[in-house]
Design a protein around this ligand. Structure first.
Ligand code: ZN
Length: 302
């Protein structure tokens, strides 16, 4: 992995993954001991992305073996990861039920331990399918009886048996080319009247920047990404569950396929300034209400 400094000549810096513009400015440096990264912000549409351009194969190799070891010091799901995923799965399923979504066929891209697939299948009786590039996590989910494949290339559906729910939970920020993936989901995997459920860290409350996060989203840029790739956003939740009662760490959006509203991506103003103010606010809340700012890890209840 190379590391691009702010003074790198512009022709070696990625184009904006959202609008394709070659104009970007320095946003923040991730000071990571092994994988320091520069993040840039698009001058045209305000999308925040890593300067380093991951090759698809490089990213695939990273996720198949290294990612979990780097994040959790273990390539098998730890109790902590499983407890958080179980709690998150319950909360997401409640959001679906409260929105009147009752899926028949569920595809979870980046399904990890399979917790969300199992929770949905228990609650709605739907048929679960997962995509998980990490070898040991995929195996773990398969051992739970789930059908899980390493990439969306391995899924073949015809028009009559498309998925009526496709979820990407803490996945879009990891994609090398989120526009292409989301268009492909809509054009080849999602039923015409199906639902897309997406959750990402919120640039205005979560640290957001880490080696595996190729993009970092505000509510505005996530919505622009969904609009550009042909979805209509039906509901948005800003929340901290299951990690915080008061910090809006995550953005969850429920969307449906629709015509792209506009090919022109709308910019957002003062992104870096807002991030600084919001992270300052977070430090104040952590100081004043520490037990509500960060909840203890949930117990592993299975
Ligand atoms: Zn852009």
């Amino acid at each position: 992995m190379t590391h691009t400094s702010p003074s790198t000549p512009p022709d070696t810096i990625r184009r904006c993954p959202l609008c394709g513009s070659s104009q970007s400015r320095h946003f923040e440096h991730l000071k990571h001991p092994v994988m320091p990264m520069e993040y840039r912000i698009c001058s045209d549409c305000s999308y925040v992305f890593q300067a380093h351009a991951w090759e698809e194969e490089e990213l695939q190799a990273y996720y198949s073996e290294q990612y979990r070891v780097q994040m959790e010091q273990s390539d098998r799901p730890t109790d902590r990861v499983r407890a958080i995923e179980n709690a998150r799965a319950r909360l997401l399923t409640e959001k679906l039920a409260a929105s009147g979504v009752v899926p028949n066929r569920h595809l979870d891209i980046g399904c990890s331990t399979g917790a969300f697939l199992l929770e949905c299948s228990n609650k709605f009786g739907c048929q679960p399918t997962g995509v998980e590039p990490g070898n040991s996590y995929r195996q773990f989910a398969q051992e739970r009886g789930l059908e899980v494949v390493p990439s969306i290339d391995a899924i073949a559906v015809d028009t009559s048996d498309r998925f009526d729910l496709v979820s990407l939970i803490h996945v879009v920020e990891h994609l090398a080319d989120p526009v292409t993936t989301l268009v492909r989901v809509r054009e080849t995997l999602l039923a015409q009247n199906g639902w897309l459920l997406v959750e990402v860290p919120n640039l205005y409350a979560h640290d957001s920047l880490e080696p595996a996060h190729v993009s970092a989203f505000s509510p505005h840029t996530l919505e622009q990404l969904l609009l550009k790739t042909g979805y209509r956003v039906m509901r948005t939740w800003m929340h901290g569950q299951p990690r915080s009662e008061i910090l809006q760490l995550y953005i969850t959006m429920l969307a449906k396929p629709g015509k792209p509203a506009s090919t022109q991506v709308q910019a957002e103003q003062l992104v870096l300034f807002r991030r600084k103010i919001c992270l300052f606010q977070r430090r104040v809340l952590q100081r004043l209400m520490p037990s509500r700012a960060w909840l203890p890890y949930p117990p592993l209840d299975e």
